[in-house]
Write a protein that binds this ligand. Structure first.
Ligand code: SF4
Length: 459
């Protein structure tokens, strides 16, 4: 497998929709199918294994909408994403879904068959590996060993074949930091320019554009969002009003962080534009803690951009070991990873060196091991909002503890390996299948039933 890229696989995609591993990845799988067919599809069939996550969540978490959008050639940030299924039926593109067991088992696998207007057919299997990332594993029943040529056009950074990496793992990076010092963002830029066709300037431009989208998401959320099909009402404004009434426990920055994380999550739930960092489900954590902290500490835009790159570097190491798919390792892979990345970013923001950023990431991740994924009623809202807030405040604590000189004890590479071990042992029912934890509480069942019957009424 090709090494991951910061802008392809860790920060981003810039997207709409509830879930990067379901909505954004599904758009990419639809677009991939369109490319492979190389003509307008008239029929599409997606088969999901009942043992996996997509079989139970493909409606609630936006896979069906994403696949339809991708088959139409839409982008993952397209504002018409919501209308994609309707546009498909207007165009005469018939889409069917089947739930059947098949041999290539993976919790997030899309077994796809497409037929074009001329009668041309293509079948393929693609896996959503978390954070909107996609891997092609089979094409017309033949295994695919190297999917770079198929996946490259779907991503913002064109990857080099056989790149020469400046360091292969955390230990090699730590040695470089011991010899030469420097900030984590310096090494993030070296890494990204080594694996992709991007210059240092390109990397900073991308980081800058993501920073603006993150800031806009906070502003949009605070301005107010509305969207019918969501569990939680607009709530971020409550955190703006409460201090005036003297109701909140004084915790100025922490309260601003809670409000900002909520705002971004509300934008996500209202199909607004967000940066998945590393996933849509965890999209509130990094911007929600980084931007208010930067404002409170009077940091420049340049410093924020570098902090984002530092976050991306930590994400690369997590992606190499675990990936970000909650279907594989629970919410520790999503919000846990976001927390570790954010802790490293905050240390960089405050002028800490690369080793300190790694230590802060270790500390934050240690606190999130074992976090399960158990969304209520298939929606990425409850307990996702609370987990993002916890992840953001955990990052703040880990960063300040590191800057103050606390000992993180376990090195980051060992913590990430432990997270993988916990993920591998996690029962399937706690891995985004809605079959355990909060998902199966009586209240969650009732909410799910109510939503399903209102969906039927709409149909
Ligand atoms: S519980 Fe965590 S991993 Fe699961 S859907 Fe919510 S944010 Fe994503």
């Amino acid at each position: 497998m090709h090494p991951p890229s910061i802008f392809n696989n860790i920060l981003g995609p810039v997207m709409r929709g509830p879930s990067s591993s379901h909505t954004a990845a599904a758009v990419r799988i639809g677009r991939l199918g369109r490319r492979l067919l190389s003509e307008e599809p008239v029929y599409a069939r997606f088969t999901f294994d009942p043992r996996g996550s997509v079989a139970t969540t493909y409606r609630g978490q936006g896979s069906a909408m994403g696949l339809a959008a991708g088959l139409l050639g839409m982008d993952i940030a397209d504002k018409d994403l919501l209308k994609a299924e309707e546009l498909c039926s207007r165009k005469g593109l018939k889409i069917e879904y089947r739930i059947e067991k098949f041999s290539d088992a993976h919790p997030n696998i899309y077994n796809t068959y497409l037929k074009g207007a001329s009668g041309k057919e293509v079948s393929f299997m693609a896996i959503s590996t978390g954070g909107g990332n996609v891997r092609l594993t089979r094409l017309n029943n033949e295994p695919v060993d190297d999917d770079l040529d198929y996946i490259n056009p779907l991503m913002p950074v064109r990857l080099k074949r056989d790149p020469v990496l400046p360091f292969k793992n955390i230990n090699e990076l730590v040695k470089l930091l011991e010899q030469k010092g420097g900030a984590l963002s310096d090494y993030a830029v070296r890494y990204e320019t080594a694996i992709g066709d991007v210059s240092e300037e390109d990397a900073l431009i991308l980081a800058r554009s993501y920073m603006f989208i993150m800031r806009e998401a906070i502003n949009d959320g605070l301005a107010g969002t509305s969207y019918e099909d969501r569990l939680l009402p607009r709530q971020s404004h409550l955190f703006s009003q409460a201090p005036e009434k003297g109701q909140l426990i004084p915790a100025s920055l922490a309260n601003t962080i809670i409000r900002s994380v909520t705002a971004v999550m509300e934008v996500k739930s209202a199909m607004g534009l967000i940066v998945a960092a590393p996933t849509a489900g965890s999209c509130g954590t990094l911007p929600g803690v980084l931007l208010p902290s930067a404002e409170a500490a009077c940091r420049t835009e340049n410093e924020i951009m570098k902090a984002l790159l530092a976050a991306g570097m930590v994400g690369i190491f997590i992606a190499n070991e675990c990936g970000f798919a909650a279907e594989e390792g629970g919410c520790q892979y999503e919000c846990g990873s976001a927390s570790g990345m954010a802790a490293a970013a905050l240390v960089e923001l405050m002028g800490g060196d690369g080793q300190m950023s790694l230590n802060a990431a270790s500390m934050a991740l240690q606190n999130t091991l074992g976090m399960i994924c158990d969304p209520v009623a298939d929606r990425v809202e409850v307990p996702c909002l609370g987990k993002n807030i916890m992840a953001a405040l955990n990052a703040l604590a880990a960063a300040n503890m590191t800057i103050a000189g606390y000992d993180h004890v376990i090195p980051l590479d060992e913590v990430i390996k432990a997270m993988k071990e916990v993920g591998d042992d996690m029962n399937l029912k706690y891995r985004c299948t809605c079959k355990g934890g909060l998902s199966t509480t009586p209240t969650a069942r009732r909410i799910h039933k109510d939503l399903s019957s209102s969906d039927k009424e709409v149909e």
